[in-house]
Ligand binder design. Structure first.
Ligand SMILES: [Zn+2]
Length: 415
């Protein structure tokens, strides 16, 4: 069993860096979404260009870069998954994000120093506003951690019954009659700004982005709907499952002394201690296969991805029940906020237990640290798996994943 694991680990490492494929994004697989929810606009995002030349209604021309277009893709993809959001609704969201931040994920370290700890595209300084849509924690849009997550901001902007802030502050779906409004007026209604013209100026820019990034409409899919949305279009981008600066590696993959039972056991994941409620993000784009609260894992989310043409699952454990924010069947993007760090199940302190399972949801785990390193998402010490000893082989009881969020478990593991 260990040999098999080691071989699988090596294979995972040999898959190599996937950075070159960043941005070859899919985003919406109609086959998947059709099974469970009615797609909203049903837009499919294709490859994201390196840059895009755009012109505002006032005649100013400028160039959007890959980062800005990736945020646009997140907005399009997020809106496409929300029932009731039409193509017009997505265009309104793009107009709002263009106006508020020029599609940049802005920190605001003057008001919230910790906002600089999250991935960002620069620093804004407007009051206590954060991110793509310049949402303000003090107005109830969300916490700093939530608002530094572009998918969260997009969901908050669209709002509606499945939105994170329902019913207030209001998102687009919560504005009565938004479909009949002028698009600039609709955008300013969500942003609570008095200047609809500012948003209107970006209407043609948003249209250019939508045309450039989307390849078709699943909802309108007729006989000529042959847009490839399979492996070719799958994104292979991998990100670290916790925000930068929030975590400490406390226990790696491999044989160790179980921190609760004191018995030799095999640790199938990698543990990152982090404060309770720290946001956990999806390591890659994919579909949620498990989201449940039970057993030794406590809260458990498993996501299946297509990366470099192969199926791989990532698992996230120990969330509290209230800290599970996705459901089986949900399609998620890399970096999407899917849960919060907790300490449920066999756990001795708040941490994320993260696993990587080549082949899929129910396959054996390999060293997650090595996998994150190989995909340029981390630079972690990797497990050195020695000869099998005693009862170290993975067995069902190792699913009862424990951890001590301190140093002793590392010592124990290496002893
Ligand atoms: Zn663990």
């Amino acid at each position: 069993m260990l040999k098999k694991l080691a071989a699988a680990g090596l294979a995972a490492v040999l898959l190599g860096p996937s950075l070159g494929l960043i941005g070859v994004g899919v985003l919406m697989n109609p086959a998947v979404s059709a099974a469970c929810t009615v797609p909203g606009a049903g837009l499919i995002v294709g490859a994201i260009p390196e840059s895009l030349r755009v012109t505002t209604a006032n005649g100013e021309t400028f160039t959007l870069n890959r980062t800005q277009l990736t945020h646009a893709a997140t907005i399009i993809e997020t809106g496409s998954q929300i029932d009731g959001v039409t193509r017009d609704g997505i265009q309104i969201a793009l107009m709002a994000a263009l106006t508020e931040s020029t599609l940049r994920m802005l920190a605001n370290t003057g008001t919230y120093p910790e906002s600089g700890d999250y991935p960002n595209d620069g620093n804004g300084s407007d009051h206590d506003s954060l991110g793509l849509f310049q949402m303000r924690p003090q107005s109830g849009w969300g916490t700093v951690a939530e608002l530094m997550d572009s998918t969260y901001q997009a969901r908050a902007f669209f709002g509606g019954p499945s939105g994170p802030n329902y019913p207030s502050p209001r998102g687009l779906l919560d504005i009565p009659g938004w479909e009949q409004m002028d698009k600039g007026e609709a955008a300013q209604s969500v942003e609570v700004s008095a200047f609809p013209d500012r948003y209107r100026n970006y209407e043609p820019v948003a249209e250019t982005i939508l045309t450039a990034l989307t390849t078709g409409s699943a909802a309108a899919g007729g006989a000529d709907e042959t847009t490839p949305v399979g492996s070719m279009a799958e994104t292979s981008r991998v990100v670290f499952p916790l925000p930068e600066g929030t975590w400490v590696l406390t226990s790696g993959f491999g044989p160790r002394i179980h921190p609760i039972t004191g018995e030799p056991s095999f640790h199938t994941g990698t543990d990152f201690a982090a404060p309770d409620s720290t946001p956990i993000v999806a390591a890659a784009e994919g579909v949620v296969t498990i989201a449940e609260f039970s057993g030794g894992y406590g809260g458990l989310i498993v996501i299946e991805h297509q990366i470099d043409g192969a199926t791989v699952a990532t698992a996230y454990a120990h969330m509290w029940q209230s800290g599970i924010h996705v459901q089986p069947g949900d399609r998620v993007t890399a970096g999407q906020h899917i849960g919060d760090v907790g300490s449920s199940g066999n756990s001795t302190g708040p941490h994320l237990h993260f696993e990587v399972r080549p082949g899929g949801t129910h396959e054996d785990a390999v060293d997650a640290a090595a996998w994150l390193n190989a995909h340029d998402a981390a630079d972690l010490p990797e497990a050195e798996i020695g000869a099998p000893v005693g009862s170290c082989a993975p067995s069902p009881d190792t699913e009862d994943e424990p951890d001590q969020a301190g140093d002793d478990s590392i010592q124990a593991m290496r002893s």
